[in-house]
Structure formats: structure tokens, C-alpha cells
Design a protein around this ligand. Structure first.
Ligand code: PHE
Length: 443
């Protein structure tokens, strides 16, 4: 599969032994669902943008998905051995070039350009991942940030300036649980070399209030859509909580969770920007916050879309349901699923290939199987007619120590009934490809 070069968005890239981006991914790079009018991802972007108004916030929606490993990882302080850098998790074009795994890849350059106090970046992002109804190897994120310039205030007293901006924000009456202190020496540290406690507290307050307002906006629209579908609709009062988190490029950091349908859902990650980012971007006088949110996640809640593959559907029965919503957000309706087609589950059981230890001795319990490599084979062959892939059995032979796995692949199209012949043929191809590419022994 190793080609000499690939073309992405009109540019040529040399590939090398790191190249692991399959054709089904490359084919979808130009789709950019966040720019397709009336698409649920586009509509979700519009709703969030409405909470972060121009000109304070400037919108960037066309940054190139091909970035350097430096942009995606190093510029953000990811350690050299961070698991996100592995070929099993990330789509590489070559050793130094990859498909961005998050919109944070553009933080440094956007801080450097320093065009406005705040920005929003919406973009397609790429991750090798499991296969199920809420994971797709391409999805869309929005990055947001807001900075203040020390040089712009008397005595460099930025805390006072930030608090006055907090007071300008609208209020809300949503129930918020925020049990932790604004920072914590071990769990969620203040950047003591760069920020006073008052500064970090003020920035954290502006961050939290801004993002709470975003959640209120989204769920008010979701509730209105539910009521249009069913005038008797009653929902539980909206509830959110702030949870301490860790990201290499913010401190302190948080995740926001929303109580929805009986579960706490993680909605976004955020924090006070590590000062090194501003310093390295040539704007050492700035300080502020950043957040990142997955747009499909939010769109699934807004529109009641239960399978993430639907976002990629070109079927009129999907797309026409959102017609006109971009021009009138108040007409947003819940998605009405079209009939569910029958699925077909097939198992595949196999012994893992043993890897040899130094000196050539075969070690029965040593292997280098990465589940994502298997997921990729299924996606590449079955595309969007695979609904999910689950591990159903994991067995180690008591005598030989050899390990065997069994996965269940659930084939189902969202758009039509699959024939028996078609599913058998696909599954046979999956089995053969596993032997060829992963060296496993089928059982
Ligand atoms: N990039 C992070 C992610 O994808 C989210 C994030 C963005 C966290 C900005 C903090 C600040 O998980």
C-alpha cells in the first residue's frame, strides 16, 4: 500500500514507512462537513459561533488538515513518548506529517497571528479508533480561545480587566456543580511562574461562564426542537458539572459534563493556556483560556442522531431533513430516522502471531497486535456498512500461553438491506486480509 506520494487538497506529499492513511480516509478529506450548508455539523457550528460573537472572536474554518507532528504535538508540549503519537492512533503521511488529531494543532499559529482577542477554529480531525455508533475516524472539532494583553491595562492588572469582562457576559440559571478549587497544587496546578492566583481565577471564571452559556444555548435549542416534535415533551432541568482534567497545553484544566438521558456526558475539554505557548508564539504579554469541543457529539444530542455514520450519508432522506435550517436556526427539528435495515453479525476468531524475543526465541505470549489495525481493515473493506466491532472473547491457552481473540463484526447499512452474498463476501475479505496484514492464524 506504500505509495511514493499522495495528493491531499491539491498538494503533493512524499510518503515513507510511516504512511498509514488508507484510501477511504483520503477520499473523505475534501468533504468538510462543517462547511456544507444545512448539514447538522454546519448547523451545530453556527449555533456555537453565535455564543462567541465577532469581532471579539474571529472564525477560522478552512485550515489545512495536513499538519506537521510539530504543530499537532510538540508545539503543545506533548512528551516524546505520548501514546497519541503512535502509528496505531494517528494517521501519518510521513514521519513528520500527519492528519491533525485535534484542532489544537492550530493554537500556536493562531496565537502568533494575533488577529483578534479571541478565535474559533472549526475543522475536520482524524483518529484511528474503534468502530461503533459513536466513533468515526474523521470527525469535526471546534477550538476556541480568548486572550488578554497585559500591556493593555494599567499596572498590568489583568485580573480586574478579566473580571469586568466576566460581568459583561449574560447570566443564566442552569444548575452548575463546580466542587473543586480554581486550581490545586497537585491535581490541577496554577502556573506559578506566570500567573497570580487572582489572574488564573479570573480567567477560569470567564472560561467557565462562557462555556456554560454555550451549553445553555445548545440545550435550549435541543429542547425547542423536541417540543416542536412533541408539544407534551417535558425534560429534566439541565445540569452540568466541572471536572478536573489534564491536557499538556493548559493548566489548570477541566472537562465539562452534561447530565443527559440519565448519564454524565463529557462535552468538552478546556483550561488556562500554558504560558509557553504564548511565549513561543512571540506574544508573551498575552494570557487566556482555550477549549475544544467535538461537533458530532453535540449534533447527535441536538438532532437525536444515534449513529455517527449518518453524518456521512449522501442519502436525500437524511440531508433533506435539515433543509433551510442554516438560514433559520429556529426551525431546527429532530431527525426522524428512516427505517432500520436488518443487520448481520459475523464472528472472527484467531490466534495472535507470536513475536520473537531477542535471539530469535519465539515467545508465545508476546505479540504486537493493535486493535486499531484490525478496526482499520474492517473499515477499509466494509466502509460505512459496518455498524460496530466488539471483542467477544479473549482466551489464553493454559499450556502453550498462546492468545486468541474473537471479534464480532456487525454489518448493517443505514440506507439499504445488505444481501447475504455481500456480507459473506465482505467478511471473507476481512478474514483473508487479517492473515495477510496482521499475520494472525484463523481458528
Ligand atoms: N484538543 C483537546 C482534545 O482534543 C481539547 C482541548 C482543547 C483541551 C483546548 C484544552 C484546550 O481532547
Amino acid at each position: 500500500a506504500d505509495k511514493k506520494s499522495v495528493q491531499i487538497n491539491g498538494k503533493n506529499y512524499q510518503t515513507d514507512s510511516w504512511f498509514n492513511t488508507p484510501s477511504h480516509i483520503l477520499a473523505n478529506v475534501p468533504r468538510r462537513l462543517h462547511l456544507q450548508k444545512d448539514h447538522p455539523v454546519y448547523i451545530t457550528r453556527q449555533i456555537i459561533e453565535s455564543v462567541f460573537p465577532a469581532p471579539t472572536y474571529k472564525y477560522h474554518n478552512t485550515f489545512d488538515p495536513v499538519v506537521t507532528a510539530y504543530q499537532n504535538f510538540d508545539s503543545l508540549g506533548f512528551p516524546e513518548d505520548h501514546p497519541g503519537r503512535a502509528k496505531s492512533d494517528t494517521y501519518y503521511i510521513n514521519e513528520g506529517t500527519l492528519l491533525r488529531t485535534h484542532t489544537s494543532a492550530h493554537q500556536a499559529e493562531t496565537f502568533r497571528a494575533n488577529l483578534s482577542p479571541g478565535y474559533l477554529i472549526s475543522a475536520d480531525v482524524y483518529r484511528r479508533d474503534e468502530v461503533d455508533r459513536s466513533h468515526y475516524p474523521i470527525f469535526h472539532q471546534m477550538e476556541g480561545a480568548r486572550s488578554w494583553d497585559r500591556a493593555s491595562v494599567p499596572n498590568e492588572d489583568i485580573a480586574v480587566a478579566v473580571w469586568s469582562d466576566v460581568e459583561q457576559l449574560p447570566t443564566h440559571d442552569m444548575k452548575v456543580d463546580d466542587p473543586n478549587p480554581p486550581f490545586h497544587a497537585d491535581r490541577n496546578p496554577l502556573q506559578t511562574d506566570h500567573h497570580s492566583a487572582a489572574e488564573a481565577e479570573a480567567i477560569g471564571a470567564h472560561l467557565k461562564r462562557s462555556l456554560e452559556l454555550m451549553v445553555v444555548e445548545i440545550f435550549t435549542r435541543a429542547k425547542a426542537a423536541a417540543k416542536r416534535a412533541d408539544p407534551d415533551f417535558v425534560d429534566d432541568p439541565l445540569q452540568v458539572r466541572w471536572v478536573e482534567a489534564y491536557f499538556p497545553f493548559t493548566s489548570p484544566s477541566w472537562e465539562l459534563e452534561v447530565y443527559y438521558g440519565g448519564n454524565w456526558l463529557e462535552v468538552l475539554g478546556c483550561g488556562v493556556v500554558k504560558q509557553d505557548l504564548y511565549i513561543n508564539a512571540g506574544v508573551p504579554n498575552q494570557l487566556g483560556w482555550a477549549f475544544g469541543i467535538g461537533l458530532e457529539r453535540i449534533a447527535m444530542l441536538l438532532f437525536q442522531i444515534t449513529d455517527i455514520r449518518l453524518f456521512w450519508s449522501q442519502d436525500k432522506r437524511f440531508l433533506r431533513q435539515f433543509h433551510g435550517v442554516s438560514d433559520n436556526l429556529d426551525s431546527l427539528k429532530r431527525f426522524v430516522p428512516f427505517s432500520k435495515y436488518p443487520g448481520c453479525a459475523k464472528d472472527v476468531s484467531f490466534w495472535l502471531k507470536c513475536t520473537s524475543a531477542a535471539g530469535g526465541n519465539v515467545k508465545p505470549n508476546a505479540h504486537n497486535f493493535h486493535e486499531n489495525d484490525f478496526m482499520e481493515i474492517v473499515r477499509n473493506l466494509a466502509g460505512d456498512v459496518v455498524e460496530d466491532v466488539k471483542l467477544v472473547d479473549d482466551f489464553t491457552h493454559p499450556k502453550t500461553g498462546r492468545k486468541s481473540l474473537c471479534y464480532r463484526v456487525n454489518y448493517r447499512s443505514l440506507e439499504r438491506t445488505l444481501t447475504n452474498f455481500e456480507v459473506n463476501d465482505l467478511h471473507e475479505k476481512v478474514r483473508n486480509t487479517m492473515v495477510e496484514q496482521l499475520g494472525v492464524e484463523l481458528r
